[in-house]
Design a protein around this ligand. Structure first.
Ligand SMILES: [Zn+2]
Length: 265
């Protein structure tokens, strides 16, 4: 089975379910925490998707999740590379959560007041399709602006937003996995998609795998914490061979550039 194919994505989710994990959206996680539903022994995985590009690929992952009774959160960017109303509507119909993958600080050149206006406009836009209650930063590795800086002055909770994964997840309790870099140990090259302060601890415990096959094997062995957030970028998960090769080459190049960016910091 090829890595980063839809077949292996399905296998990953099915393995988690077989091992007793509930597959939930980020909003569900926040609610479970608030109502103290989730206990230490309760096993769950928050499924988060950052729709950076190729939104139509998200239809496939959404379909797989719905077919096995899983719920996920899909974060869309405002730009045309991500924001396809037909895809958003279909994913809402599949029963998943929709959120805004915001990058207003980088789009507004670091002008915080302009970014706040921009943020509100696009939040309203996405709320035409879904009652958006969570948002998630787009990392934009090549931008010098960190879009989370918007919250140094403004408060998303004033707009009825209940959470932001980077800011409202208790990472002392929830283990974080992301496919950034097209592997599961890409935090080494990631500019913003990482959890400082906790990553070293997880790596020390051996909670680090490169391939999805290795990740699945670890779940099978029970070598996985009870509470996990998994972030994937559906654009890189495909059964289409030509698309798969393109994504493979593109990511190798991108990781090389990110390594240089990190070295220059
Ligand atoms: Zn993103």
């Amino acid at each position: 089975m090829r890595d980063f194919s839809l077949d292996i994505y399905r296998k990953l989710l099915e393995t988690l379910q077989r091992k007793g994990y509930r597959l939930i959206s980020f909003a569900e996680y926040l609610r479970d925490v608030e109502t103290s539903r989730s206990q230490d022994a309760d096993k769950y995985v928050i499924l988060r998707h950052d729709v950076d590009a190729k939104p139509e690929n998200s239809l496939k992952t959404a379909q797989i999740e719905t077919s096995i009774g899983a719920k996920a959160s899909y974060y869309f960017r405002c730009g045309k590379e991500s924001n396809h109303p037909s895809v958003i509507k279909a994913i809402v119909a599949f029963g998943h959560e929709i959120g805004y993958h915001y990058e207003d600080m980088s789009l507004c050149g670091g002008d915080i007041d302009k970014a706040w206006d921009h943020f509100q406009t696009w939040l309203e836009y996405f709320r035409r399709y879904y009652a958006v209650e969570t948002i998630c930063m787009h990392g934009a590795p090549t931008s010098k602006w960190d879009s989370k800086d918007l919250w140094k002055k403004y408060d998303y909770k004033s707009l009825g937003i209940i959470g932001e994964p980077y800011l409202d997840t208790d990472f002392s309790d929830v283990f974080y996995l992301t496919d950034t870099g097209r592997c599961w140990d890409g935090y080494k090259v990631s500019v913003r998609d990482k959890i400082p302060g906790h990553q070293d601890e997880w790596t020390k415990k051996g909670l680090s795998w490169h391939t999805t096959q290795a990740l699945i094997a670890a779940i099978e062995r029970g070598n996985m914490p009870n509470h996990v957030m998994i972030t994937t970028h559906p654009q890189r998960w495909t059964n289409d061979k030509a698309q798969w090769v393109k994504e493979f080459v593109f990511q190798k190049t991108k990781n090389f550039i990110k390594r240089i960016l990190l070295m220059m910091k």
